[in-house]
Design a binder for this molecule. Sequence first.
Ligand SMILES: [Zn+2]
Length: 397
Amino acid sequence: MIRKDNPILLKNIQVFSEDRIIEKGFIKIKNQKIVEIGSIDNLSNREEFDVIELPSHYKAVPGFIDVHIHGVNGADVMDASKDALDTMVTALPREGTTSFLATTMTQEALLIENALVKAGQYIKEYQAPGKAEILGIHLEGPFVSPKMAGAQPIQHIIDPDLKLFKRWHSLSDKTIKLVTLAPERPGGLEMIQYLTKHGIIASLGHTDAAYEEIKAAIGAGANHVTHLFNQMRGLHHRDPGVVGAAFLHDELKAELIVDGVHVNPEIVKLAYKQKRKEGLILITDSMQAKCLKNGHYDLGGQDVTVKDGKAFLQDGTLAGSILKMGKAVQNILTYTDCSIEDAIAMASVNPAKQLNIYDRKGSITVGKDADIVIVDDKFEVFMTVCRGKIAFQKEGK
Ligand SMILES: [Zn+2]
């Protein structure tokens, strides 16, 4: 029986470290950090560690970072409760997610405010090793375009309002890290400038902006695109749109929902060819029905039907996904010719760099947080370590 807070030695695995792949490697973990990595031929000083022997064809990869997730397992950030956030940080390591941005959605102001207050409190007071870490909040809407509402309830969409945003940021205890907005709406560019100046990522999403408007947004500091292709002006040969701008501008890192439903697998291939491993960030955009059975669920006060891996509003609009991060990584490996290192870049490295936390997360490197996923030869998640503590282990092995 492993005592979960002891120093841990993960042994015998293929380690995908920051700069090399170590066959038959080991990782030593102590006080929530990675303290040593290497080849087992050079392993010494194992006394104080709980040794975990793993099958040699298993791989250790950096924990996945999901910058766009609303809910899982019957809990949603908009529930605005400690219980819901507890459920999320406990459930997400099962899919290899070790940290994430708690994502709100367009709703009436009071409901957004409640969610911001609760998430802000949780981030500051309740986080613990052995659970996924909430890195901050992703405010998705309400400052988006009514023309590209998607699953965001249209009656609550408003124009970018800097005064309101400042109030919300302070209610969240300054934990908002990313804002999805439509730059073409009145006040859009002003908000992008403000966010950029304050170290908050301005992301272009749920937007009908024309190419020139996106260029202006980039000029103001926008550097992120919310779920590329979904709910934005598409690529047309006489109108490059938001998608064309994302393809042409390396400054823009693009989120992608690789569930094979939100974006066709061939289009995933096309996006990868354009943006390469440096330009894409895998997300789930998942909702509370993830990990639950087919049926009816609530999404921002709207009825959502989940059937056979898809989630729909009553009018047929695709709602949030039920994708898991581990599956997103498997899918990108299947849909494209990318290497495992490239998939890791898109699931772990890029989101950490984008959030400006690559000094402590996003790779298996000595001194960084011990956020590690062990996957089997099919890239199924076998074990997840969150800041040095085992958060999930597949049963029956
Ligand atoms: Zn979303």
